[in-house]
Design a protein around this ligand. Sequence first.
Ligand code: TPP
Length: 544
Amino acid sequence: MITGAQAMIRCLEEEGVSVIFGYPGAAIHHFYEHLSNSSIEHVLSRQEQNAGHMASGYARATGKAGVCVVTSGPGATNLITAVATAYMDSIPMIAITGQVRSDLLGRDVFQEVDITGSVSPFIKHAYLIKSAADIPRVFKEAFHIAQTGRRGPVLIDVPVDIQTGTMHYSYPAAVNLRGYKPSTEGNAKQIKKVSETISSSRKPLICAGGGIFTSGAQDLVKKLCEESGVPVVTTMMGIGVLPTQHPMNIGMIGSFGHITANNALNEADLLIIAGARVGDRAITSPGKVETKTKMIHIDIDPAEIGKNVNTTVPLVGDLFIVLEKLLAEHPKSECEEWREKLQKLAQDEKDKTASPRVKTIGPKRFLRELGNRIDDDAYVIGDVGQNQIWTAKYLPVKSGRFMTSGGLGTMGYSLPAAIGVKKALPDRQTLVVCGDGAAQMCFNELSTIACNNLDIKIILFNNRSLGMVLELQKLEGYKNFAVALPDNPDFGKLADAYGIPSKRISADEEMAAAIDEMLSTKGPYILECTISKDEGTKTIYEEI
Ligand SMILES: Cc1ncc(C[n+]2csc(CCOP(=O)(O)OP(=O)(O)O)c2C)c(N)n1
């Protein structure tokens, strides 16, 4: 016989979990007591939301579910934003929450919240464990659900008496869930139809989303565009599916996307949406596009197909499997004129330069410089706001990854997510780009970085404002209300307080040397870039 808490840890070990991210409290301390004797490393975050983002970053770097653990009540509610963030971006995550004693449930005792109910609209599945004997089955199912089909977070709420209760431990070998059998193979007839539709199109376009990374199908997308002749645009989550400089990569679509990519979307006669959910930020007017464009939609989640845009040829399946089968059909579009036109326009857009800044740093020039100096396979985690858009649009990605909170747009995501990436891939160059607003939401994790000596390079774009909202207010002709951050701390002194080296730069001519200094410094580093608050995401080429 072992306790429920011991069983929880055994289950995590059975699933191959080697690191978890969390924050303790009374309702989860039995679990923590046994965790200290296990093979699993625990990374203490400085706030529960960040533990969730760390697990999310870890998941995106490994493809396996990231695990986070928090206490009941405020610990659990603090985690909610991270759960919703992971859900919107289809990230596999196991969130474990402590809960008050089973016999006290529903009586509003100290630190009780109905966390399974609270997260239900934005979680793939949630369990409240009612008997210690259920722990192995629930954990086995939870990992299966999080890591199959359309990935997503699963929450396991464990009351204190279940953690202390005893049980006979045996981990199930397999899972069989009635009603949950994701369809991965792709219908053979539909695959043929997709191939024929591509071959008969004259202005086709592949729209690659984050689902490509989940199924590990990047090489297949490359092969498909090269063999079929169909150019590629990406959503923000699909950035990096093809290297930025790949000739078939036309750029990012969406309300903040590249002009050529958006124009291509509007002009295409066929759109092949692969692993993307047609979010409103990616395709702003789906109704307009679908009237003149044939739509092929390939996704693991049938619920996404036809949800935001009408589909001519739906195809449900795992992208890796489906694209392999599609390639065997050898689709080929005679679209040379279309492709060459887009390639030329996209290259012109990639080559465009902004004027050099002398009192501030030009974000576009900086990101291009950064992209050319970091390792080819570096991970760059963007936060949310103008810094996110600039990084998405202007950082050249080679064989590495650009990650961000796409669906929920959660400020404060970047730094903790980078910690998760670094724990997953300790030897991989890992960088953060964030604004001064978001920095003040997540810089408590500098402590986690410092005490674990994590080699994470942080680029802080300081425009002394909530830049993205300021830009929106300007565009709408509104008063610039509640967006200035004139009393920012001295970030250099803050870095000092954590023992992290830092530098501030304020002119373009300083950037190359500063980037080199940052990259050659061992361990964490903060490079603060003074950005003009008038620098916009839509007015990037203007002199300021
Ligand atoms: C948690 C959260 N709160 C509020 C917002 C709304 N929001 C989007 S961008 C933005 C401004 C971000 O400012 P900063 O971090 O300084 O980045 P910048 O836009 O200046 O690059 C805000 C407030 C959000 N996305 N997430």
